[in-house]
Unconditional design. Structure first.
Length: 636
């Protein structure tokens, strides 16, 4: 059996996109850092790539990036970090490094999300979040399966399940009954798996029973959540009460008889008494939301759009979605129409954005945008996450605006969607399918235009900052810089020992690592890893690969002591996502102190001006000694 340096598990509430995106991100990061890794995925298709005991024992560390409950006791004795699935997407390299230095997990220790990612006694808020996501994750398949079957029954007419109606159809009535029965399991399943995450099997039993009681009493979504956490409190209380009974003699009695019977009795009685006030609150909330559909559909659309596009499948998005599903179960098909529109628009917007401004996006971003046309069409919002994470303070509001537009137009048009999921697949079930499709596209176009403008703004800003507007000027006249920049000649911060020839690196990151190490070796910086981090941060914003085989990477950090210029001529050209698509063979780098302000931009600008002249480029390409390169820059 193969051995892995690291093992891990990923999971999210929907078990569709986040789970597998985090898996891929961690695998790519591990490969980049030189480690082998195996990830166990907890998706809607079940647990895949199961970790064996032998694989866990052989691993140096474990990473759990999950919003749902993942059994951590099997990782006892290993270094372990437990974080939300979003961190697995956003900072996989950091998680790998953190896991390798994490404390060893001890059996029985509370495994939950924490700010640092280390496993320990989690906060109450983290425990609530994890268990709630566990409940929602297991509830969603019941919602989708039941909701779609009910929606299909409407093909024969909205009253096709009523025997007294002229529209009655026996097959449609059967579909409606099966679907309705499945959807009615939402509350019990939600309560059961909330409790199961915190109180294991006994919690599941008590939570399921309490969930049924609150469902029958009209408690709905709110009642199910209360039932789940009440079951946990009751089970924990019973465990504490009977702690004096030794497990070796009474384990079976406690787990099979005492805890289930007493737990169901206590939690059931409390929920029975609470049903009346919970139902009143639940009905009041639902009526209040429903009233917005007619009194203020614009405000409702804005609220729903902002919620759905705020975290793309996260808890805020799920709150809007869960509300829609429970209203759907009550026969309200209007609310879900706006929720679905707001969820479908963001991924479609990324596809439009890369079409509108392809130069502002990398090849991988463009490919992701095109794929998002398919993901969005099937109601999978998570494909928008990488785009939102790039410039979140700008991009997330852009997504919100488009989602709000799609949702507002949907509510104003009184569109109904009887299915809780499926995207454009359920268009035949929509009362105004063409109009609904049009409003979603309009919302996506609004966000797409904004995203394209934002991406272009940042790309232009990065190019100006890096003097990236480099083009070959056929003129062979003398090379000079203007008077304003004359005191910022690149050669003035270049030294012979900062010029290296025939540098053997395989890729961009190796070249940046070489530059960072050279900076420390030549006493230009104090910490190589901080310099490398600064280089990579800059590259993440936009590639510094220019044209004609040149790259101008630069790093600004407090560990850098003085402004300096470094020049590398590479043994073999490497990929750098350059502006003209060519491989890079010459690297001109700048080290920038934190207090430098904007002076380094003048060095960059003047270097870029030198690289607009064909004769200078030819001389630099032909220079085969550090002295010739030094002379070439100092004489200009």
């Amino acid at each position: 059996m193969a051995k892995f340096d690291l093992v891990g598990a990923t999971g999210c509430a929907t078990g569709v996109a986040h789970t597998f995106m985090a898996e891929e991100a961690l695998e790519k990061a591990a490969e980049k850092l030189g480690y082998t890794i195996k990830i166990e995925t907890h998706g809607q298709t079940g647990v895949e790539h199961n970790l064996s005991d032998e694989e866990i024992r052989a691993a140096k560390a474990v990473i759990v990036a999950s919003d749902i409950d993942v059994d951590a006791d099997r990782f006892a004795g290993k270094r372990l970090v437990v974080v939300p699935v979003a961190r697995g997407l956003k900072e996989p390299e950091k998680l790998i490094k953190q896991a390798l230095e994490a404390p060893v997990y001890k059996e029985g220790q509370t495994a939950a999300h924490s700010a640092s990612g280390a496993v320990g006694d989690a906060s109450i808020a983290n425990k609530i979040y994890t268990s709630l996501m566990n409940g929602i994750s297991h509830m969603l398949p019941f919602v989708v399966a039941g909701g779609v079957l009910v929606a299909i029954s409407f093909f024969w007419g909205i009253n096709s399940a009523k025997p007294t109606s002229p529209e009655y159809n026996e097959f449609a009535a059967m579909l409606n009954q099966i679907g309705s029965g499945t959807m009615n399991l939402m509350a019990p399943v939600l309560g059961a798996y909330i409790a199961e995450a915190l109180a294991q099997r006994t919690g599941f039993v008590v939570g399921l029973a309490a969930g049924f009681i609150t469902f029958n009493g009209g408690g709905g979504f709110l009642g199910a959540i209360i039932a789940g956490y009440l079951a946990v409190i009751v089970v924990w209380g019973l465990q504490r009460l009977f702690k004096g009974l030794p497990d070796d003699k009474f384990r079976g009695l406690k787990s099979i008889f005492l805890f289930p019977v007493l737990g169901v009795f206590i939690a059931g009685t409390i929920m029975f008494l609470l049903n009346t006030p919970i139902k009143a609150i639940n009905v009041g909330l639902m009526s209040w939301l429903k009233s917005f559909e007619t009194t203020n559909p614009i405000l409702l659309g804005i609220i729903v759009g902002v919620m759905c596009a705020s975290d793309f499948g996260g808890p805020i998005n799920k709150a809007a979605y869960a509300t829609g599903t429970f209203l759907l179960a009550q026969g309200n098909f209007y609310f879900m129409a706006g929720v679905s529109a707001a969820c479908i628009a963001p991924p479609l917007a990324t596809g439009f954005a890369v079409l509108f401004n392809p130069k502002a996006y990398s090849k991988s971003e463009k490919a992701a945008g095109y794929v998002n046309f398919l993901l969005g069409s099937t109601h999978i919002t998570e494909g928008a996450i990488p785009f939102a994470a790039k410039h979140p303070l700008w991009n997330i509001p852009a997504f919100m605006i488009g989602s709000a537009v799609a949702s507002v137009l949907t509510y104003l048009s009184r569109i109904t969607v009887p299915a809780p999921h499926g995207g454009f697949i359920v268009l035949p079930l929509v009362n105004k399918p063409v109009l609904w499709f049009l409003w979603i596209v309009v919302g996506a176009l609004v966000s797409g235009v904004l995203l394209a403008l934002i991406a272009g703004r940042f790309a232009k800003k990065d190019q100006v900052a890096a003097a990236a507007t480099v083009s070959v000027n056929p003129a062979n006249g003398p090379v000079s810089v203007n008077e304003e920049g004359s005191s910022y000649r690149p050669g003035s911060i270049l030294a012979l020992n900062n010029i290296k020839l025939d540098v053997d690196v395989a890729n961009r990151d190796e070249a940046l690592k070489y530059l960072a190490d050279l900076a420390v070796k030549n006493n230009l910086a104090g910490a190589s890893d901080l310099v490398l981090s600064a280089y990579l941060k800059r590259e993440k914003e936009n590639s510094t690969g220019m044209t004609d085989g040149f790259a101008i990477p630069h790093a600004q950090s407090s560990t850098i002591t003085n402004s300096a210029m470094l020049v590398l001529k590479l043994k073999q050209p490497i990929d750098w996502q350059s502006l003209d698509g060519q491989k890079i063979d010459t690297v001109i780098s700048f080290l920038i102190p934190q207090v430098d302000s904007s002076e380094h931009l003048k060095y960059l600008s003047n270097t870029a001006k030198l690289l607009t002249h064909a004769d200078f480029i030819a001389k630099l390409k032909a220079a085969d000694t550090p002295q010739k390169i030094m002379t070439l820059f100092t004489e200009q």
